[in-house]
Ligand binder design. Structure first.
Ligand SMILES: [Fe+2]
Length: 438
């Protein structure tokens, strides 16, 4: 009797586990289809000509994003894990490898706009070819279970594609901004808020805190390991800096006064002749802004966006404040003090609004932190080529937190670490101020 019960128990347990795994497999296919379809949906408003242009070295053409995200699944999953997989075109490994030294030589990043061939149709055929084989693989439950780590690799590929969805919009915004017609990527629904909520200062206690990814959900390797850190008491602004506030910095001669700037920042201001955020321009004596909805009058209540780390730091100096460290940002975001949950996907930063203590910690603008992008204590890159995903970029860049209006819904977390070089401005990056409590 005891053995029968044990046997029955084991059987029930086995069935339950299989059911969970089957559901997970089905969820993975559904997620694969959904993420892949979203990339095509983002490209859909664009013509074939739009999708070939590379307006600066940091920008990749839309067509390249469509192909490169497909190459990722072909290279890291299908080649090794799909028996009998036929590579779509052996030359694509050279064209669409972004930066993986272990995968071989590649086309120069700054010359991606020269790839008038393969044609857009051919890239769509490449996507369809890889999607068909990926979906067959994901439907093969036995194969999924046989290959250790396969589901995790698929999840990495999907998160990689979501990063490129944001890059696609960042990049096409830059491309369209270079056109004197200032064309819109999409028409805008809704209108500006009348004014931003008042800026308040929220206090957080110092001491030993834990930061880094916790829990079982997906994260990138650079969010691990979770570890202790020491913080002094600090205060954080309740919302990001607005366009109106940043306009006051400009009006006060912010771009003409070296004392607010780091030396490298001041040199960049002079070399690049910066006098405002990336997409601001003057028309009839008024500041205008190029957006994914085309050119329009600056929204004074919206968070300032498309500023470099240098500009964020200079603004903070002018305001008598500083930027938060990434540990301060994450501690505040996970303190239960504010609205840190995901917000709907938007094409433009929403006007600051809401009654939470901390507002727009996610989903408005990426927020520059004062922290250099380096490895957490105990960090180890993943073995193999995918180990090049994050670790090798941990020098000379600064961390941004929070996600922005063009970050896919559900993609960002409080432990998520974005990173850019301090001079770069084409990301949807803004400013949240901090100050010492003392
Ligand atoms: Fe990539």
């Amino acid at each position: 009797m005891t053995d029968e019960m044990a046997g029955a128990g084991l059987s029930v347990q086995t069935v339950a586990t299989n059911e969970i795994e089957d559901a997970a497999d089905r969820a993975l296919i559904a997620r694969y289809r959904s993420v892949r379809a979203q990339t095509l949906a983002l490209a859909a408003p664009l013509g074939a000509e739009d999708q070939v242009v590379q307006s600066m070295a940091d920008v990749s053409p839309t067509k390249w994003h469509l192909a490169h995200t497909t190459w990722f699944f072909e290279t890291f999953i299908l080649r090794d894990h799909a028996p009998g997989y036929r590579v779509f075109d052996a030359q694509f490994n050279y064209l669409f490898n972004s930066y993986y030294e272990a995968v071989g030589p590649r086309h120069a990043r700054a010359d991606r706009g020269l790839l008038t061939r393969p044609a857009l149709d051919e890239v769509h055929a490449y996507r369809a070819h890889v999607d068909a084989r990926m979906e067959a693989l994901l439907a093969d439950e036995a194969a999924l279970r046989r290959m250790d780590g396969l589901a995790e690799l698929v999840e990495l590929g999907l998160n990689h594609e979501q990063q490129h969805q944001e890059l696609l919009l960042m990049d096409i915004k830059h491309v369209l901004s270079c056109n004197p017609l200032r064309p819109a990527y999409a028409e805008r629904a809704g209108k500006n808020a009348d004014r931003a909520p008042p800026l308040r200062w929220l206090s957080f206690a110092g001491g030993t805190h834990e930061v880094g990814h916790a829990g079982r959900g997906f994260c990138f390797d650079n969010e691990t390991p979770r570890h202790r850190c020491w913080l002094e008491d600090f205060r954080l602004a309740s919302r990001p800096v607005t366009n109106a506030e940043y306009r006051a910095f400009i009006a006060d001669g912010g771009y003409e006064e070296p004392r607010w700037w780091l030396a490298d920042g001041w040199q960049t201001v002079r070399n690049e002749r910066w006098r405002a955020p990336l997409y601001w321009y003057e028309q009839d004596g008024e500041w205008m802004e190029f957006t994914l909805h085309g050119g329009r009058a600056l929204d004074p209540a919206a968070p300032v966006v498309h500023v470099s780390y240098y500009e964020a730091d200079a603004y903070a100096s002018w305001a008598g404040k500083r930027l938060p460290t990434e540990a301060e940002w994450e501690t505040a975001a996970t303190s239960g003090t504010g609205a840190a949950g995901p917000v709907p996907f938007r094409l433009h930063p929403p006007p600051a609004a809401g009654d939470a203590d901390l507002e727009q910690m996610t989903g408005g603008v990426w927020e520059w932190t004062a922290s250099p992008y380096t490895a957490y204590p105990g960090y180890r890159p993943a073995p193999g080529a995918v180990g090049e995903y994050n670790g090798k970029f941990m020098v000379n860049q600064m961390v941004l937190r929070g996600g922005c209006c063009v970050t896919p819904v559900g993609h960002v977390r409080s432990s998520y670490r974005n990173f850019f070089y301090p001079h770069q401005r084409w990301a949807f990056a803004g400013i949240r101020l901090a100050e010492d409590a003392a």
